[in-house]
Write a protein that binds this ligand. Structure first.
Ligand code: GLY
Length: 384
């Protein structure tokens, strides 16, 4: 186990503890870790006063290892691809375990540019992604319109990333709660203010932005404002692909669901409030309607804001905390919490059970931010 030897179900220090593993945070990452650990025979408690109310509540659920492969993030891109490859199996297993429909869809993603400048910006990024060998292909305008006739005639061009899929994060969290409970995990509503309040020899801090106060790790809130529209008559939206668009310099994504919902996102703001602003709603709606005009007729059913857990290098923080035996972090997933859920859960569970970190974890360890004393640096030390 982390605090001394592998935590196999035989070797775990059951001592005075009623649980083998405590998880702080019942978002998708925390719940998936709880589910996986419980399924391996470990006794698991999950602490969260408001399960599923964090970043996942507003997340669109894009599983986008290709279209979200950004300049300068090679290691993160590798982890996104690894986790996306696990998604089909993870989704099937979870749907079966929970008896639930996750809203998992594999229609692929279109990347489009409205104006010539927008298209040039989009092309620059997809050329980089192609250079990494990622599956994204340019489409002729006629091919684009054949795939999605709902796109505005003035959309100049685009590309398709067929392997970039989607899931409904709210359904995902509900299913994970059911699956974790069915596997034997206990969900407790009490708030935790420090890992040592959790009565377990291994504690996983999967509390999103809350991880900063719990661990001192450099996790900061990155605000995202998101809208939810609904197709008229409660029918399905008039397009099936996830659409990531550049429209007069605005970046927007449109995620259609079978239920008729379309998620329109998102701002990326270095702020810690969750107010919805008129300006953000205006910009998101203008970009959305410019790309897909029929959206003007949809009902606006929700405008919300959430806080992504950002890190200094935009990559998640996964692994043992230096100088804190038995405490693990699984946080800092920033814009990628949903796609990274399967790989994070698998790697953390394997580490807990075997005591040996998978090499995949090496770039994402908490000690990459360690200060001179070997402790995680604080936010102030990192950003000031
Ligand atoms: N991954 C989408 C977002 O963070 O807005």
């Amino acid at each position: 186990m982390l605090s001394g030897g592998p935590a196999t179900t035989e070797s775990v220090n059951r001592g005075p503890f009623l649980a083998d593993v405590g998880v702080v945070g019942a978002g998708p990452v925390g719940l998936a870790i709880a589910w996986r650990c419980a399924a391996r025979g470990l006794r698991v408690v999950v602490h969260d006063p408001a399960p599923g109310s964090g970043a996942s509540h507003v997340a669109a659920g894009m599983l986008s290892p290709v279209a979200e492969a950004y300049f300068g993030e090679r290691e993160l891109t590798g982890l996104l691809a690894e986790s996306a490859a696990r998604w089909p199996g993870f989704a099937a297993e979870l749907a079966e375990a929970a008896g639930a429909d996750l809203g998992y869809r594999t229609d692929g993603t279109l990347v489009v540019g409205l104006t010539a400048d927008d298209l040039a910006e989009a092309r620059r990024l997809w050329a980089y992604q192609q250079g990494l060998g990622l599956p994204i292909s340019a489409l002729r305008p006629s091919q684009l319109r054949d795939r999605e006739p709902a796109l505005a005639p003035r959309v100049r061009g685009g590309a398709v990333a067929p392997g970039d899929h989607q899931v409904d994060p709210r359904r995902l969290v509900a299913a994970l709660r059911t699956a974790a409970r069915r596997a034997g995990a206990t969900l407790l509503p009490g708030a935790v203010t420090a890992p040592n309040e959790v009565a377990a020899p291994v504690v996983v801090v999967a509390a999103g932005c809350g991880a900063a106060a719990l661990t001192g790790l450099p996790v900061r809130p990155v605000k995202g404002q998101v809208l939810r529209l609904r197709a008229p008559g409660r029918g399905a939206p008039g397009f099936r692909h996830v659409i990531r668009g550049y429209a007069d310099g605005e970046s927007v994504y449109l995620v259609p669901r079978d239920s008729g919902e379309v998620v329109v996102g998102a701002t990326v703001e270095e702020r810690a409030d969750t107010e919805v602003t008129a300006g953000a709603v205006l910009r998101l709606l203008r970009a959305a309607v410019d790309l897909v005009p029929e959206l003007a007729e949809y009902e606006l059913v929700e405008a919300s804001a959430g806080l992504r857990p950002g890190t200094p290098d935009n990559a998640p923080i996964i692994g043992p905390l230096p100088g804190r035996p038995g405490v693990l972090a699984a946080t800092g997933h920033h814009r990628h919490g949903i796609v990274l859920t399967p790989v994070t859960a698998d790697l953390v569970t394997e580490l807990i059970v075997t005591g040996t970190p998978d090499p995949l974890l090496a770039p994402f360890r908490p000690d990459r931010f360690a200060g001179a004393a070997g402790q995680p640096v604080t936010q102030e030390e990192t950003w000031n």
